[in-house]
Ligand binder design. Sequence first.
Ligand code: ADP
Ligand code: MG
Length: 140
Amino acid sequence: MEYITKNAEKTKELGKSVGASLAGGEVLALVGELGSGKTTFVQGLAKGLGVTKQIVSPTFIIMREYVGKSFNFDHVDLYRLEGDLKNELDSLGLTDIWMDPKNVVVIEWAEKARDYLPEGTKWVRFENLGEDGRKIVIEE
Ligand code: ADP
Ligand code: MG
């Protein structure tokens, strides 16, 4: 599905409705340039999962875990990582975390780890349209 969000609030609303629709065990892979709205979307998504804590960008620590209403929510940002991300994903514990249906994992800059993400990963692509907002394409 393709969406145009006109402002940040709309980006959050879209994230929220996606978050509320999750069943647990999903891995969402977010792709898009800096400033295209990924973290904004994640803030809404966390709301939809019933996370009450504020979501801050995990850029400097790579991963943060939150507790939602029914699931744990793991927010990952691979922006600063380089090299063999297979080992990084392992040492973050992600390869175990995403096997567990009690968890929902959302990964920003997921294309860096494309080859190592699990089957069934749901891709979400963000595009900055400037004045016109953001284009967000959620893979079926
Ligand atoms: P990313 O995580 O992709 O780097 P952010 O989510 O941090 O991007 O968003 C960057 C900026 O874009 C923020 O200031 C946010 O409020 C803004 N933003 C998000 N969605 C929209 C939109 N649809 N229209 C205009 N600005 C938006
Ligand atoms: Mg971000």
